[in-house]
Design a binder for this molecule. Structure first.
Ligand code: NAP
Length: 302
């Protein structure tokens, strides 16, 4: 069986934290700003960049390509994860009247070829089907992924937001096993621990990716009762973990799951990226991990 860790030379591993670009254009950065952020990520050991064709109104991939091109050699230091399969009405596609999913082989090929052009490279290290498409059979999706793998346009294939059974169905048609399932997992959404997703990852020796590890910023919302309880619990734990902040404890909480999720962090601020990597050295003791679970849930364990 192919394992997705560094012990398998054919499969590059991801960096322990992944930098996500969903919000990258929100604060209207210049191409130089993005380039600085990417270079700082590399210095900090964050060499995997998560993106998607849909991000930033289908504009983030091109911005990333332009920013990488400013530093010769930068692209080679990075592993790019991109996704496709969600098509929503936007100014670049005014003919679309409604959003839809399309994970057919033909559409995945069109999207990958477009992503390669936008990113300015010849291969995508990891390509994910962004969401399950209810209208495409898994055999069709797998055929598209298998062909893109064979042609070297993508180095690895995976999925995002798939249920365990959707993952298993698609995987059964894959020539190379799916590399990951990227799912929403954080202190305010614990479903993957109990819906079979993370059990399946362990069974398949697959490391999941955890998107929105800070609950998309809701972890800091003073109007969210669970977030308030978590801030109080973090303040109690912080001295024991060298003054760790709520966000560092939240990343450590995600990474502590035995399926070893890769957190996909989403801040646009360089000082917060610098702070995030410090969470890599926070190892929560069992009772402290459960103290955060209790604070998030507002109840004791069953
Ligand atoms: N596969 C999927 O379907 C899917 C879906 C969603 C996201 N993703 C991926 O996951 C990545 C991360 O998602 P995310 O952006 O939601 O992640 P996140 O890290 O949970 O949230 C980031 C948000 O939290 C804010 N934040 C961070 N630290 C803060 C602090 N100390 N105080 C207050 N606010 C703080 C950030 O604002 P600042 O920028 O101001 O720091 C940003 O708005 C995305 O970029 C994307 O790559 C994937």
């Amino acid at each position: 069986m192919i394992k997705n860790d560094a012990s398998n030379a054919a499969m590059p591993s991801l960096s322990p934290m992944v930098y996500g670009t969903w919000r990258m254009l929100d604060d209207k950065p210049s191409v130089q700003d993005i380039n600085r952020r990417l270079n700082r990520c590399v210095e900090l050991g964050i060499t995997t960049i998560d993106t998607a064709e849909i991000y930033g109104g289908y504009r983030v991939e091109a911005a990333l390509g332009n920013a990488m091109a400013l530093s010769p050699g930068l692209r080679d230091k990075l592993a790019i994860v991109t996704k496709a399969g969600i098509y929503v009405p936007n100014d670049l596609s005014p003919q679309r009247k409604v959003g839809f999913y399309d994970a057919s082989a033909a559409q995945l090929r069109r999207s990958v070829e477009q992503s390669l052009r936008m990113l300015g490279c010849e291969q995508i290290e990891l390509f994910l089907v962004h969401r399950p498409d209810w209208l495409t059979g898994v055999e069709d999706t797998a055929q598209g992924l298998n062909q893109l793998l064979q042609e070297g346009k993508i180095r690895m294939a995976g999925v995002s937001n798939y249920t365990a059974s959707q993952f298993a169905a698609l995987n059964s048609f894959m020539g190379v096993p799916l590399y990951t399932n990227q799912v929403e997992f954080h202190l305010l959404r614990m479903d993957p621990m109990v819906d079979g997703s993370f059990d399946q990852c362990q069974q398949q020796r697959v490391r999941p990716m955890a998107w929105s590890p800070l609950a998309a910023g809701r972890l800091f919302d003073a109007n969210e009762p669970a977030a308030v309880r978590l801030a109080q619990a973090a303040a109690v734990l912080s001295p024991k973990y060298g003054g760790a902040t709520l966000e560092q404890l939240a990343y450590a909480w995600v990474m502590a799951h035995p399926s070893r999720p890769y957190p996909v962090i989403g801040t646009n601020k360089i000082d917060r990226i610098e702070s995030a990597v410090k969470a890599l050295s926070v190892r929560l003791e069992r009772e402290d991990w459960f103290a955060l679970w209790v604070a998030a849930q507002g109840r004791n364990i069953p």
